[in-house]
Design a binder for this molecule. Structure first.
Ligand code: CO
Length: 148
């Protein structure tokens, strides 16, 4: 039997969540939960970002993978600005890490810019950091580890 290849240090080897900017949380839940059938795990307000967040399970066991709906709470928060500029839609992809700082350092060493100097606390208390989309082919990428 062959095992899985080793992961680079600090990586966890799966997509933690897909972040989607939505203008209206109720409308978005009607689509993702009621029509598409994803189970709502929790609703949360992240006051530091002025966003309401809904986490829906991609996998019914909740073992891996979520859709993260992000609705602005103010007109000047990052998600409101994103929607004003590009409209609602796909916002970021979050890659799971066992250690956010280790993955950040590997990306820094490879010459990628980070939007966060050090890991910060995001939805669910996770330790998160974003890479600059200009260095990732236009995809806003989040590195995301469970709280320690
Ligand atoms: Co996210």
């Amino acid at each position: 039997m062959t095992g899985l290849p080793d992961l680079p240090a600090g990586g966890a080897g799966f997509v933690d969540h897909i972040g989607i900017a939505v203008a209206d949380m109720d409308q978005a839940l009607a689509l993702y939960r009621d029509l598409m059938g994803l189970e709502l795990e929790r609703l949360e307000e992240v006051s530091s970002e002025n966003v309401r967040v809904a986490m829906l399970k991609l996998d019914r066991t909740g073992a891996v993978g979520h859709v993260e709906l992000l609705a602005p709470m103010t007109d000047d928060c990052n998600i409101a600005k994103f929607i004003a500029k590009k409209g609602p839609g796909l916002h970021h992809i979050a890659f799971a890490a066992t250690d956010t700082e280790t993955v950040m350092q590997r990306c820094r060493d490879a010459g990628l810019r980070l939007l966060d100097e050090s890991p910060r606390t995001g939805a669910g208390g996770k330790q998160i950091a974003f890479l600059h989309p200009k260095d990732t082919g236009g995809v806003l990428m989040e590195i995301c580890a469970d709280p320690v």
